[in-house]
Design a protein around this ligand. Structure first.
Ligand SMILES: Nc1ncnc2c1ncn2[C@@H]1O[C@H](COP(=O)(O)OP(=O)(O)OP(=O)(O)O)[C@@H](O)[C@H]1O
Ligand SMILES: [Mg+2]
Length: 366
């Protein structure tokens, strides 16, 4: 790109802020290609994360920056696309077949809305334009089959060795809830739990996923520790409510992941304020700003705050979470913001070399 105008455009476009994501295109690692044609500048922006919800806004911002940099005489033609690549998991673990990135959703305390958040995050990533799977690794209380409207169904197997994930609202889904009933899972002990979860993770035939969202069991005990050491996780998000107690436990969770080298992508504050169903007034029922304080203290981003809204409970418990029940609604928009920020945070992590150069196994003997 020797043309000085093209270089100016390139610089101006790199400085454009990405809506909802706390970064410029340059800082987010976007690839920008600029050509000067007889009809004016042509700019192609390639993102490393899905961004369907902001594509139009970003296109206008890039076009405005490019036209200004080109002297304002001609309008710039802009295109925006994305492709998700694998990011390095902790400890150089080997990636899962068919999965570029595992995103674990964890919480210190139970009942903070981890499963609800995981379901909506997975659906929101898909709505943004990614191929997404959801693994319900919470053997003690699998809730994803109900939340995604596929309870009572069973996964099949084509080869007699691996499970075929079920399809729900465009996601590939696997849950211990498809295999056993709740009362059976409750009596399992640590090693048994780990074995079952390992089986679900490593013996499911995931099909070409950009992201596999994993709903982890609540807490920071042995099961969680073993999982966070064995499963190749590209990044973890921590769900917390704003109360002091929930955050203290979330802090313990953060430390555990830090210790085993799992990259922390950020914090999602759930039930951050109460939305009155009558007057739509938002009230910080459990205190305000807790998630932001914890994020600042730990030096990681606050990926978003989701209100306590009975629509979330009603729709998610009925098997159609807000992201699919009301895709244009305010709640879906909030989850999609969180999804974009999560995916953008992941895209800034170092690439996974193992994915680029797959291990070659020479099989001998028959
Ligand atoms: N933002 C929210 N607004 C309203 N209700 C919510 C919200 N988030 C979760 N809930 C509701 O709170 C209850 C608990 O949520 P969920 O099952 O997702 O929590 P969890 O952290 O996964 O719990 P567990 O520790 O039992 O796995 C559910 O009934 C869910 O519908
Ligand atoms: Mg749960």
């Amino acid at each position: 790109m020797s043309d000085p105008i093209a270089a100016d455009i390139q610089r101006a476009v790199a400085a454009v802020s990405i809506p909802d994501v706390d970064a410029t295109l340059g800082a987010a690692g976007a690839r920008i290609e600029t050509r000067i044609t007889a009809d004016g500048p042509v700019v192609a922006v390639h993102l490393g994360f899905p961004a369907a919800g902001i594509r139009a806004a970003l296109e206008s911002a890039v076009a405005a920056a490019a036209s200004t940099a080109a002297g304002g005489a001609t309008a710039a033609k802009v295109s925006i696309d994305w492709s998700v690549t694998a990011r390095a998991p902790q400890g150089g673990l080997t990636p899962l077949p068919g999965v570029k990135n595992v995103i674990a959703v964890a919480s210190g305390k139970g009942g903070v809305g981890k499963s609800t958040t995981a379901a909506n995050l997975a659906l929101a990533l898909a709505a943004e334009g990614a191929r997404v799977g959801l693994l319900d690794a919470d053997v003690y209380g699998p809730s994803q089959p109900t939340m995604l409207g596929v309870a009572g169904r069973q996964p099949g197997s084509r080869d007699g060795k691996t499970f075929e994930p079920l399809q729900a609202h465009g996601l590939q889904v696997m849950s211990v809830g498809f295999l056993v009933d709740d009362s059976q899972a409750m009596i399992w002990r640590g090693p048994m739990v780990t074995q079952v979860v390992n089986q679900l993770i490593f013996q499911t035939a995931w099909q070409d996923l950009d992201y596999l969202v994993v709903d982890l069991p609540p807490g920071t005990g042995d099961t969680q520790l073993t999982l966070s050491q064995k499963v190749p996780v590209a990044g973890v998000v921590i769900v917390t409510t704003p109360q002091q107690v929930a955050m203290q436990v979330a802090r313990r969770g953060l430390k555990m992941f830090e210790k085993v080298g799992v990259p922390l992508l950020g914090i999602i504050e759930n039930m951050s304020s109460f939305v009155c169903p009558k007057c739509s007034h938002e009230e910080p029922l459990f205190g305000a700003g807790g998630g932001a304080d914890l994020a600042a203290e730990c030096g990681i981003p606050l990926l978003g705050a989701i209100p306590l809204d009975r629509t979330i409970r009603a729709q998610t418990d009925a098997g159609r979470p807000p992201v699919v029940a009301e895709p244009q609604g305010i709640l879906a928009q909030r989850y999609r913001e969180v999804a974009r920020r999560t995916a953008a945070a992941l895209a800034r992590r170092p690439a996974d070399q193992k994915h680029k150069f797959p291990r070659i196994v020479v099989e001998s003997g028959r």
